[in-house]
Design a protein around this ligand. Structure first.
Ligand code: EPU
Length: 336
């Protein structure tokens, strides 16, 4: 039986919530068969990456599996693209940086997203005009139900905005071991997102992938609180998707509404704008609050618990519902 010990996880979640749980550290494939057996006997397993998208209860019942495998390699090089594989325990930002250093551009819009490579497909990370599923080739995952390794192609992962089979379809079934990205040689910068389109570092002629990377890092550092300084889990709510008719009715009442039409006919509303307009930006309730520069980010000013987070999130949701008739959906997952 692999080593399992009771550990303090307050430094393993970027919200900085107090939590103590049984932890199994995975540094190779060794413990995986045992883990499948434990699941078959009713053990509830929670796979933890960088802890940047999780709200932890003080005493979770789940066995926390911390994946700490490392390694990045070029798997294949064709006339069209590079195929690069990273182990789940690598830092996501480190992986993006490594690819650029090796002349494999394509992930730069996703720079500085906290967390690990293994966590990236779970919520299909996205920022500044790019979502992971646009670059993901496949995921190597351990099927905890069947006790085997499976290669899931991007089309098998059920990706949509901030969602995948790993998060909703079959949570608890998959342990992501490695991620493979396909980076086309025909690189074009993605600069449509307003913050990038007007960024001074990207003005004028030819733009390199490294310049896009630097601009994204600069924007994120300016807008989003550093979890090392102020506990947070990034966006606390998803941007809601509403029917076009509802978006139009809202825009008639609120001309400043931040809204983006989607390919499927629906309209994505900026949850940060709704929360801001509802008066929550920079508002503190006990040890928690909504960030002063980006109302979508719930922050822990120190000493907060999962219950403080839950109460504030519920109050914000209720207020947005009352004012705009829009239901906000929480983004981070729960460890309990
Ligand atoms: N806005 C406000 N007030 C606020 C915050 C935003 O009015 O307090 C308005 C902005 O002015 C803008 C709009 O809302 O018109 C959108 O804001 P922003 O560009 O900051 O992006 P976002 O929609 O709030 C999303 C992602 C971020 C990602 C950025 C950039 C979600 C849930 N969040 O935020 O992702 O970095 O776009 O692509 O989709 C994360 O998931 O943790 C995250 C930070």
């Amino acid at each position: 039986m692999p080593e399992i010990s009771e550990q303090n996880l307050s430094a393993c979640n970027t919200l900085g919530l107090p939590a103590c749980a049984r932890v199994l550290r995975v540094r190779d494939d060794g413990p995986l068969l045992w883990l499948s057996g434990a699941v078959a006997q009713g053990e509830r397993v929670f796979v933890l990456g960088g802890g940047s998208n999780v709200v932890m209860s003080p005493r979770p019942h789940s066995l926390v599996v911390k994946v700490e495998t490392r390694g990045i390699r070029l798997l294949d090089e064709s006339p069209d693209a590079w195929l690069v594989e990273a182990q789940a325990g690598e830092s996501w930002h480190g992986f993006v940086d490594h690819c650029l250093d090796h002349g494999w551009p394509g992930l730069e819009n996703l720079a500085l997203i906290p967390g690990t490579v293994g966590a990236a497909p779970v919520q299909n990370i996205g920022a500044y005009g790019l979502e992971l599923d646009q670059r993901l080739h496949s995921v190597l995952a351990w099927d905890l139900h069947a006790g085997t390794q499976v290669e899931l192609l991007a089309a098998d992962c059920g990706f949509s905005y901030r969602d995948s089979i790993f998060k909703h379809g079959e949570p608890g079934r998959w342990l992501i071991q490695a991620v493979r990205v396909r980076l086309p040689r025909a690189w074009q910068p993605i600069l449509e997102y307003p913050d990038l389109a007007r960024h001074p570092g990207l003005a004028g002629g030819d733009v390199s992938a490294r310049q896009v990377f630097d601009a994204v890092c600069e924007i994120r550092r300016r807008k989003l609180p550093d979890p090392a300084v102020l506990g947070n889990a990034g966006s606390f709510f998803k941007n809601p998707l509403v029917p076009a008719t509802q978006a139009k009715a809202l825009r008639d009442r609120f001309p400043g509404l931040a809204a983006y039409p989607q390919a499927d006919g629906r309209v994505k509303l900026a949850a940060g704008w709704l929360i801001d307009q509802a008066g929550w930006k920079g508002r503190q309730v006990g040890p928690v609050g909504m960030h002063a520069h980006q109302a979508l980010v719930l922050v822990n000013y120190g000493g907060a618990t999962a219950e403080d987070v839950r109460r504030l999130a519920a109050a914000v949701c209720e207020d947005v519902w009352q004012r705009f008739g829009v239901r906000l959906e929480r983004e981070p997952v729960t460890l309990d």
